[in-house]
Design a protein around this ligand. Structure first.
Ligand code: GRF
Length: 215
């Protein structure tokens, strides 16, 4: 399946979009620099999505402050405060539904979601991963690319299915790995790619989903 076919699959699941701009919800765990890239892009005239809600599972994450700065609804849902995964995910679902989120964007969200969550957003969840999938799935992808002696690294945006970083690919962006690279140098190079790729992909989905909706 090509990236365009995957986008079409998402668009089919999204239609009809009920907002003038596609409503996205962003889940993030750490620094939230990819959330920031989505926020920054959302200010451009060509942007077809709007961020309706931001959720983190980590009280130390910078994502809520970044959202707050822009007046975007934001929540800390600490997974450690729930006795089971299903209750944690139900809380995420509740916030996303409350804000009529149409597409869920996992932007550095470091929890594995179960079918309970996935069943509420079938074909409407995309994930960003810091490797050229199918290489280096899961945690420590950048370390693993370095350790494996790869010459090329990059990032991937894919549709989420029940596996770990296994869903159909939408788009990838790649860079070289230099012999002198340490973890920080490579991480920085990959993050620059992520900050461009993720908003572009989300915007492409939004643009296609809105085509013909408000004419
Ligand atoms: C990104 O590199 C993402 O690919 C990975 O975690 C990082 C999150 O960075 N899963 P940030 O929180 O968006 O700054």
């Amino acid at each position: 399946m090509s990236g365009d076919d995957v986008i079409q699959k998402i668009v089919d699941a999204l239609k009809p979009c009920t907002h003038k701009k596609m409503a996205i919800g962003v889940l993030a765990t750490g620094n939230g620099s990819n959330l920031q890239a989505l926020i920054d892009f959302s200010k451009s005239t060509t942007c077809a999505y709007a961020i309706h809600a931001v959720i983190t599972n980590n009280p130390q994450s910078r994502a809520p402050a970044r959202a707050e700065q822009e007046g975007i609804a934001n929540y800390v849902v600490d997974h450690r405060e729930f006795s089971c995964k299903q209750d944690f995910e139900s809380q995420l679902i509740m916030h996303l539904q409350e804000h009529q989120v149409e597409l869920v964007v996992l932007a550095g969200f470091l929890r594995i979601l179960t079918t309970h969550f996935l069943s509420h957003f079938v074909d409407r969840i995309v994930n960003l991963h810091p490797s050229l999938l199918p290489n280096h799935k899961g945690l420590h992808a950048i370390e693993n690319a370095l350790r494996a002696g790869d010459r090329e690294a990059g990032c991937s945006v894919h549709l989420v299915d029940a596996g770990l970083d296994t869903g159909p690919m939408i788009a990838q962006s790649s860079c070289r790995i230099y012999r002198t690279d340490d973890l920080e140098a490579l991480r920085e190079r990959i993050q620059k790619l992520e900050h461009k790729l993720l908003p572009l992909v989300v915007n492409r989905i939004a643009t296609r989903a809105l085509e013909g909706t408000f004419t």
